[in-house]
Every structure is written in C-alpha cells, then in structure tokens.
Design a protein around this ligand. Sequence first.
Ligand code: NAP
Length: 280
Amino acid sequence: MAKLIDGKMIAGKVMEEVAEGSRRLVAQYGEEARPNMTLVLVGSDPVSKKLVDLKAKDCEKTGITPTVIALSETTSEEKLLRLVDRLNSDEDVKAILCQLPVPEHISTKKLLAAIAPEKDVDGFSARIDSDDYDIAACTPAAVMRMLKESGVEVAGKHCVVVGRDNMVGKPMAIQLLLNDATVTVCHSKTAELAEHTRRADVLIVAVQKPRFVTGDMVKEGAVVIDVGMNYIDGHPVGDVDFDSVEPKASMITPVPGGVGPMTRAGLLVNALKLAERKTK
Ligand code: NAP
C-alpha cells in the first residue's frame, strides 16, 4: 500500500511558517512592512469566487492583508490592464494576483505579462529564461516541498513530468533540473507515453484529463504526484487513476487534499518573500 502524501497537513505547516515570517517582519520593520496581496476577480464564476474567498481567508490567517477587487464580467481588457498598471505603480501594493480563468474577451497571456515581476505572487514570471527562481510558480514549488517533506530526494533520480504547460509542466521540469533530477517531459505528441512513464522514479502528472494515468503506466515503487483537478458530477478527480496506481506506488498524493492546498500555501510563501524584498 502506498504512503499518502498529505498536502493538507504540509500546507498547515507552511502556513504556520508564513504567519511566523509575517510576525517577524512587522516586529522588525513596523506595520508598514506587513505583507499584503491584491486579488483581482473578473466575472461571477462561482468556483473562481470561492477560490478568491479562500485565498483571502488564508491571507488573514497568516498576517497578510488581503484586498479583493471584484470586477464585472463585461470589464474590457483595456480597463483591466489599466488597473494592473495602476497596481504595479502603487507603492503600497506588494503582491498582485489575477484569478484565472478570465472571461474569453480578455487575453490571459497579455494579462499575466502585464503584472510586474516584482509583484507577481503566482510566480508566473519565473520563466525559463530567468534565473530568479526565488519566487517560484506556486504549483511546482508546492510539489517540490511535498517531495522534500516526504523524504524524497530527486537528485540523480529519473523524474517524468506529463504535461508541458507554462503554469505547471514547464516550470516543474525546471524546478526538478535545478534540484539535479534527470527529467523527461511528455506531452500530447509524445509517442509511446507509457514507455516513458514506466521508467519514472518520480512521476508528476498535469494533463487535465481525469484518471488519465493508470496502474499499467507506473513502475512498481514509484512516487506519484497528481497535480490534476477535474470535476466529475461535482466531485474532484485527479489526472491519476488512484485505484489502479496506488497499489503499485510507494507514495502518492490524493485528490483532493494533495497538491491543491499546497498550491494555495505557496501563494502565501511568495507574498511573504515579496514583502521581505521590499524591506531590503
Ligand atoms: P493544460 O494547460 O491543459 O495542459 C495540459 C498539458 O497536458 C499540455 O502540455 C498537453 O500537451 C498535455 N497533454 C494533453 N493530452 C495529453 C496526452 N494524451 N498525453 C500526454 N500529454 C498530454 O493544463 P494545466 O494548466 O497544465 O493543468 C494540468 C492539470 O493540473 C489540470 O488538471 C489542472 O486543473 C491542474 N492544476 C492543479 C493545480 C492545483 O493546485 N492542484 C494547479 C494548477 C493546475 P500539449 O502541450 O502537447 O498540448
């Protein structure tokens, strides 16, 4: 039976560390140094709204001051970009988050590119051509922390990432490389996918396809990290078929309660780092 990697429990530990960091910052530099986060929500999608509420509550619990700006579904791209511009130049704003997805008439690419890297709390600016991985993309950073907390050393191991998207797969591969893993990245054009996944010591799956990776695609004793979050009949389901993979894996993340809570905690870690940078 595989050991479950408990994202909720590790996220609790990370949040305590962030709360302590916020307290330290305020004690040392005064109330002005307190971390803050401006969360921008466009439209009324209930899942996005719930996520923004949860993120704002997480901020409150960890000594980070949240400000939520809710805009109507019909907000134009131009108006949204102007707002981001204003937040970029507002000295009091230390971290900016734009909740995705945004309505179709707004370009996600343009929006994310508009956020100043020194305020990008999601860590999307930490691109391949940047050496600045201190503010890392939250999901890959969450996965690295979960592996570390579980005693999994990736150096010298063969790690296979399924998915090459800019928000998860690509930055995940870089994080693994920076930690001395040997990395294979698979995608929709990969031939003989299972040949690759079966060679993984650590298998990380982010494809947005429910229960896509099955037991026959996994090596005996592999560590399996399921980044996927899909909904079937309102229930959260990962990209890994837990029932067939769990008996073969040595460790596995559940969905829900795995990578999800850790990604949210990663935001708080980044918000604290951005506030700390302002004091230097
Ligand atoms: P995405 O943008 O849809 O990217 C999916 C990736 O999977 C693409 O690179 C795609 O390859 C690849 N892919 C699709 N079909 C494939 C196949 N048959 N074989 C191999 N690769 C295939 O999704 P994403 O934003 O990276 O998100 C991935 C998953 O993570 C989703 O389920 C999402 O909900 C979840 N997620 C969870 C969290 C969390 O906190 N838990 C955070 C972020 C994302 P191509 O590039 O060739 O198209």
